[in-house]
Design a protein around this ligand. Structure first.
Ligand code: SF4
Ligand code: SF4
Length: 302
């Protein structure tokens, strides 16, 4: 576990930080780790959390910063989020993560993002989404780019980039990875385990085993200006408000309290995020086995 270490510059190390800008997503990928495949929704505006962004950037040393959701391209305020967060998080690696299906919505903004060192991470969940996305890439970059196939994880031409993110290709404009691309059509089990008589059940795992096996166990999220252990807890708090679940599961997710950027005990609380949380019992103990993503469901309200 890397996160929580106090560096010589007095800042708290958080290697990869994700800033979650809204629950809404247009897709329904089975086993989405943040419950965004369900009909949870809601978008946030940058101006409402600018103060918290400045505070976190003063306190944290971040190597790889990501804007995430939900699907960030559904958020009408995305351009303000990108520029606003880029102003304060000046790390070399800065990404906006997207499923690639809605690039046209903010395509006219992207060139200005690339000029500021922003990378768009395309995480494709179906081959059906690829041709349309590449058409937009061609238009945005006017065909002037190099398509690079990654041969060593997290390296682009002998330069470490986006360490910890898995990507297979990059679209380079000069030295800058304007896009990094991964093709994920399989996920490990996550989220809801089953539905019985209209009640949505989670897993019942050993807390430490689930946490040790979890791929997101050192991947804090910031939502509404506060820091959470992981995206699963962020999405789950919205999910249990809307969907029928056992009362004890709802109570457990709702009992989670994120870290306030202005807390007097910030260092201790951020360090503690490297440990398991009681909510880990509701996640599976993943063995690495993956299941093909199904995208054929329409979003249905409970
Ligand atoms: S995996 Fe990504 S694209 Fe799929 S439902 Fe979740 S947030 Fe949406
Ligand atoms: S609650 Fe625990 S096990 Fe579940 S995703 Fe978060 S860190 Fe992983």
């Amino acid at each position: 576990m890397l996160n929580g270490k106090i560096l010589k510059n007095g800042k708290i190390l958080v290697h990869a930080l994700q800033w979650y800008i809204g629950h809404s997503c247009n897709l329904t990928c089975t086993n989405c780790s943040n419950f965004n495949n369900f009909a949870i929704s809601g978008q946030e505006k940058f101006s409402d959390f600018e103060r918290e962004a400045r505070r976190w950037s003063e306190k944290l040393h971040v190597n790889d910063f990501g804007i995430i959701g939900g699907e960030p391209f559904t958020n009408n305020d995305l351009d303000n989020w990108v520029h606003g967060l880029r102003d304060v998080f000046t790390c070399k690696d800065f990404r906006v993560v997207t499923n690639g299906t809605l690039l046209s919505k903010h395509a006219d903004k992207m060139k200005a993002w690339f000029d500021r060192g922003v990378t768009v991470e395309l995480s494709f969940h179906s081959q059906d989404h690829v041709p349309k996305a590449f058409k937009i890439i061609d238009e945005v970059l006017d065909g002037k780019y190099e398509k690079y196939t990654v041969t060593k994880n997290n390296f682009i031409k002998d330069q470490a980039r986006h360490a910890g993110c898995y990507y297979e290709e990059a679209i380079l404009v000069g030295d800058h990875p304007a896009f990094i691309i991964n093709y994920k059509d399989k996920f490990m089990p996550w989220g809801v385990k089953s539905v019985d008589n209209g009640v949505y059940n989670f897993y019942e795992s050993d807390r430490e085993q689930a946490h040790t096996a979890c791929w997101h166990n050192d991947c804090p999220y910031i939502y509404k200006g506060k820091m959470y252990k992981c995206g699963t807890v962020v999405g789950a708090q919205a999910f249990v408000k809307k969907y029928p679940v056992r009362q004890q599961d709802k109570d457990l997710y709702e009992s989670y309290k994120p870290v306030d950027a202005f807390s007097n005990t910030l260092e201790e609380q951020v360090s503690a995020l490297s440990h398991s949380v009681p909510q880990c019992v509701l996640c599976p103990i993943n063995s690495g086995n993956v299941e093909k993503i199904s995208l054929d469901k329409k979003k249905v309200m409970p």
